[in-house]
Design a protein around this ligand. Sequence first.
Ligand code: SF4
Length: 460
Amino acid sequence: MPIEPYPLSLRNLINTSLQRGVATQTFNINCFNSFPGCVRLFARSRRSLTASRQSSTLCYVLLVGFATAFKSFDVNALLKQSLAADSTAVRHSLSKPSLSLTDFAHLISRSAADFLSPLSLRSQQLTQQRFGKVIRLFAPLYLSNECINNCKYCGFSRDNPILRVTLSVDEVLKEARELLAQGFRNILLVSGEHPKFVSTNYMADCVRALHDEVPSISLEVGPMEMNEYRPIVEAGAEGLVVYQETYDRTVYSDMHTAGPKRDFDWRLDTPERAYDAGFRRLGIGALYGLSDWRFEALCVAAHADYLLRNCWKAQITISLPRLRPCAGEFQPLTHMTDRELVQLVCAFRIMFPDVGLVLSTREPARLRDGLIPLGITLMSAGSHTEPGGYTGAGKQKLHHTERGRIVELGASEWAAAGPDPHATGQFDIADERSPHEVANLIRRLGYEPVWKDWDAALTT
Ligand code: SF4
């Protein structure tokens, strides 16, 4: 295939080829470059390329996104290694300067549960070495609890007859200003997935409205196309969080009974689309309580490992949410003890010394306090999981939503909502301390609470 004359960067070459509508093609490239950011452009377009070597030209490649790589990821073999790990294997993995996924499997094994002290010590040392004695604080700001998906474990599921609302841009700004007054400079905009109420334009408008006042804005919203993310990044968003929820395809299919979220692979490739759109922080995680926690942890580790190698300009974070009570009263299918959560935090830190580890207010205060010195680097505080939760914004617009249609509340429903009505939250929080109580506790532990670690001026 004739291609642009040399010199041409691989990225330009790929972009040019994609614009020309190349689907499957062998490239002959006069220069060789394995620059992963370029290669990943293929994954975005769901195309693959073949590789060949012809005469003096070295040629390349192809590549696949994590969803494709995940299909050949043998998690069961690693689970077996975890089950079979004895104390010798744990000690050996713990002594290594850098770990493989097999070592990680050893560190989360039942045998490693007896090594919680050395695991904690190593995790603590690595965290202080890489991050210092600091904890970044952030707050979730819920924009909307409308959703077109049915996820059995979530209060926002479309079939739940909850009180719903989508905040206007002005109301979002009001909520953000309340968080700014509390000290936050790092805000996570959260929403259910509903294109009618939460469109790309709406998201971009919200980010634009906050951008001058909030230095660090991340999103946790329904997955989008790369081109839909772009205007949101241009408006000033820098981070995207998307939990796979469960990496177990069977459980995933059972939990997600309706809506676009049923597409496991589409969700799994979301961080890469976000990276291609320009997000500089990517957050992943599993929701513990749906499948075996060791299975999930191994898959999260494989995913993080992939992103670190392929989206290397982004900061990667891993969250460790455990299921909490919510509307619909779903009961967790599996259990993860507090000790196991501690073990997992340490194992993630030792495996990935530079990855941020996130702990939300889903966990009770005492456990959160205990985890601060062990490897956590980001915490939410004083969280509300309902839109308008910080100021009461939007409460006059509460309604039900049936098949995408707004249904006004009747007089008896307003009466039942009480004198201070509010939208239904996504889940109950366990740590109800104010942000300042949490910040003071962090200081008492000898750590510095960090409200701001980024400014838009640093972007250019
Ligand atoms: S988990 Fe997300 S997608 Fe599923 S119902 Fe809740 S808000 Fe909607």
